[in-house]
Design a protein around this ligand. Sequence first.
Ligand code: ADP
Ligand code: ZN
Length: 671
Amino acid sequence: MNSDSSPVMPNNGTNLIEVLTAQAAPKPFTYALPANMDAPRGQLVEVPLGSKKSFGVVLGPSSETIPAHKIKTIHALVDAPTLSPVMLDFILWVADYCMAPAGNILAMLLGGQSAQKNPKKERSAKKEAEHAPVQKPVLSAEQLSAANSLIATLGNFSVTLLDGVTGSGKTEVFCEAICAAMAQGKQCLLLLPEISLTTQIFSRLESRFGFAPILWHSGLTPAQRRNAWKAIAHGKAPMVIGARSALFLPFKNLGLIVVDEEHDGSYKQEEGVIYHARDMAVMRGKLENLPVILSSATPSLETMVNMQSKRYGHVTLPQRHGIAKPPHIHLIDLRQEKLTAKNWISPTLQQAMREAIARGEQALLFINRRGYAPLTLCRACGYRFQCPSCSSWLVEHRQDGKHRLNCHHCDYACAYPRACPSCKAEDKLAACGPGIERLAEEAKKLFPDARHAILASDTQNNLSEVQRIVDAMGKGEIDILIGTQIVAKGYHFPKLTVVGVIDADLGLQGGDLRAAERTFQLLYQVAGRSGRADDNGHVYLQTTQPQHAVMQNLKNHNRDGLMNVLVAEREKFSMPPFARLATLTLSGTNHATVTQAAHMLAQLIPEQAGFRVLGPAPAPMALLRGRHRQRFLIQSPKSAKMQAFMRTWLSKANLSKNIRLHIDIDPQSFG
Ligand code: ADP
Ligand code: ZN
């Protein structure tokens, strides 16, 4: 629509409408509506876009004047309910808040192309799901009163923190609220941080409700996706369990959102549209006037502050269900109890594992590092293997008989070499430090007769494999499970009584804003896997900093003690949630161009009271997937309009096409 000289159509005669298409366009497009077609605001449509087709949603009449021959006509209406005004508001609000193209939010709502494509052959409708008998536990008095408090929130917007130690029955309690909402004819959404968790909870809820909930995550087949989407949009799915993207689905009649393990970092999507599903869930609850339940044993600091200031309600379950007790936490001071060379399981931990296995119980070893060893170096010349495209060491992997070096930030991989690429010395390469595979090797040596299994986040993409291991562990067919952070997430293993954390200090390195909070949450959750039935759980934290506030408060079960210290720190240093942060990252393949662009942007920083911009500086991952990265950190008072500031700033910039911008509002990680 530029220097074209063809006559401009006066827009009469044809109905022109504005359509938000489902991709990263800067604004909606204008289309003509065929005479026989009626498309109200919220109607989903199929439109031509360039040489392709796209889905879109009608926003309303268009007042744009466009040369007649440039106007394209809508292909078809999508056979789906029109989006409600609130849903459209939600899309636009998220786009505005996250500074992302609204079309990308719409794409999430549509659930991808495959959810919309018409199947080649319409299969005969599946028979109605059979109803199984409902298995409902008898709630304790405490659980019952918690459930009633949650049920009382139905009908209006509110946010309630369901705060209970691991194993206290939070799941049972929010299920009561879900049941009550469904009885009122409402749909419910349960968000989980991890797809692999959906399978375990799925069977549990299926027997609790007597019918199968609808699942929504990236592992669905196109047909499953299409069916699930339709059921949700037509209001035929009373109960949906999903990963974060499920939050954008167009429920016809949503009445309750539960965000389980609300503290979990996986709720933050770091690529594409950068958003925090928990925060967006609260906003959706507000716009749709429905209650949101945030469930956790280790709530995020943000949620704690909202709870303390009474913006969020607070429902507690202070005790484990039945006779299960909180685990005993033992700190193993690695400065006192020395490890032998190339060994990481301390004698104290070994002893505890031995006794547990002898009693027919299970042990879990936790290390948050995939692969065999995080660093490989040449003993002859000191050369360290680094990824050619990222600022990170290559990680040795040995599993599946393939000995290789992998980058954990990009796809780079190579066969494990015999010779050092720098000094050519042969057989001088040494593995430094333990990863999960190396730890498993040690455990096998120590306990050759025990049954071992590894559960690493590598396995995550292989859902059935995760499911198999989780099932086997639940049935007691595994004696020692060795896992990365995936094992910290909500699993229920009744016979697990000993948990060993190999390097409890790992997350404290690096000085991230949330290092202490995250480490506490992770270790607490790992610890919470133990002693969930009647047996007593024992957790061994191997640390060189036993005096650290995180370790001490874990040992003393003093979550709130630690939280209060951290809250005071955040307030003192004007950090979130007492202030706002955003990061702006520039990246490009040419180092000089990126640095130049960053300096150009630095000249354009708007003068605005209360705003502080730090940088540009190389991002902690200064090179990622072959792109050099420079970063600004923006800090503002809580009440300030961060997005407006960013827009003013960026509107003045004229960046070359080679530079990519990445805006993260409320950043969670600073890599
Ligand atoms: P949380 O979600 O707080 O970790 P869960 O809801 O998973 O706790 O409960 C932990 C275990 O205790 C589960 O196996 C659950 O079925 C059981 N449980 C909790 N409450 C009851 C109850 N009232 N009756 C029977 N079993 C219960
Ligand atoms: Zn890499």
